[in-house]
Design a protein. Sequence first.
Length: 654
Amino acid sequence: MSSSPVKLYVYDLSNGLAKQLSKQLTGKQLDGIWHTSVVVFSKEFLYGQGIIVTPPGQSHFGNPLQILDMEETFIDEDTFNEYIHAMKEHYTADKYHLLEFNCNSFTNDVIGFLTGKSIPSFIGDLPTDFLSTPFGAALRPTIDAMYRRPHPGASRAAAPSPISASSTSTDSQLAASVLQSVAAQASAHPNLANGPGSALNHGTESLSGPVHVITNPASFRSFLNTHKAAVAFFTSSTCGPCRAIEPLFNKLAEDKSMKSRDPTMKGAAFAKVDIGVGLGHNLAAEHRVTATPTFMFFLDGVKIQEIRGANSAELKTQVDLLLFQAYPPHPHTKLSLPLIQKISFNPILFTQVPSADAMTTKLSSFIDSATWPASASSSKAEVKAVISNSIAPYLKARQTNGTQSVNATTAMLAAWSQATTLLVDSIPVEKLFPVVDLWRLFVLDPTTGTWTASLPSFDTHPLTLLLTVAHKQKMACPRNYLLTVLRLSSNVFANPPIAQRLVVGAYKDRLTELVVQSLLHDDTGVKNASASLIFNLAVVVQSRRMRSMKGEEARGQGTVEMEEDEDWELEIITAVIEALNRETDNEEIVHRLTAALAFIIRLSPFLESLQPLLQVLQFREVLEGKVRENKWRNVEVRKLVEEVAILCDTSGPQ
């Protein structure tokens, strides 16, 4: 029997913008907004305004960014054409949705039919990756509105902007612009892109969570093989009870879908099989489906339960039971930890406002004694004028009226940012601490978050510049500069738009190196500031886990999201335990470090691999030793230390 090669053409609908801007917009690196098509029998098949067939590389997307080999098919061309003809009734223009039912849904189905394989996970998981970010969750209503079909006779309302009345950030505007461009390109036909058949004029009546649409046995086998927990909904277009229960199924898919740490087993997923579409009837016969709706529940590819009929309560119960079996509750949920549960999730901040006059005098003297670059964009007098005419009045107003009633202006921030760059190049590092201290106060101001979002790159942000100075100095960093940088970094967590930039990629690596080195510093003030920063990072980690445990999503730009990272967790825990072991005098430092340990270890997805390390580090011995020292006057601190000491035991309550 002859075979034919099958290729997957991969296009980036963002034309490189996703790779360039995704970390800025979402806090997560997304290398592209992927559109795919299938090339077989010397033709390219894609889905947008219905199923489109063109010569390879001749679609309106141009040349593909990647061409992936999807092996070979032994299905003949006539059989494949019959399959495509049947699928045209299913993959129609009005069903297209950028996240839920798109080109990749189509290619995954076709690849499954031809070869029994599935498209790569980096493509198929993109909607889940995007929606798992605060920005993606915030934009979801806007994306849904783009594709919502109006009721007959109703006038079409414009799609709402993702920018709320209270949010005018440049990032939101940029995301909306990219989103509109991607949506228009994704479902456009070369002759219809701007006409009545435009992508934004069509959509499903109601939109679901990440439901996999499957039309053939090969795709279904691939679906089961790549998900630890799977729920399949067998339906048909003529089934009234199916239509009645489908919104609940979609809602369960949206709420309960999850990804696994194991890249080959992608967590829990939901699939819909219309037995009247494609080879859906063959799939139904294979699984002995004789009526619709039928729901099947699979664990590690093996069917463990089946429901026939539209029983909403039973469907919800069986989904929960499946997830309980696939992902049992974390061992820490069985422990009684009242002191840990009482730990505040508020960041530790350094809010003291220095004397405006003393600060102006000190900084002006440093500027006067500095060697000024000949190429400087501003003179010494101009920089001092910014300080005396803008910064000092701002500080005095904050001293008088409080931190919440007086905000900086973007013009002031821009001027001080430019001056900061010049001062870093001109003043010795040991004299830069007043500059850092001013930014310590500025990052407490919500205006600074909005201004930060307007910068073309966080690389140009003064915070990045000041952290880089400390990073280059390493252990030789002057005490006063290191102390103020640590306090500045702690205060960043009062301003989520800025904090989000610091907890991803290279910025996170620099911050981690800074805080780990500082934990073992000789100076008590430096150790206290470092412990505070560690605690603020731990709050971000624990907050995400608590939301995940409750089934909640991060919303908008008021939430800081940091990806789970086993190596990072190991590094931080090792450093904190060593710092605790060395700390013999300061109860406040012990309290903050212990609280940070609690938040980093509690509910950790890496607990099984952490346990041997904690034993090697003598985790319990160090903490219990702190209790035996009997130096700590605060009874709650002693009890907190005792509670944290049991977190490494995965066997359950003590």
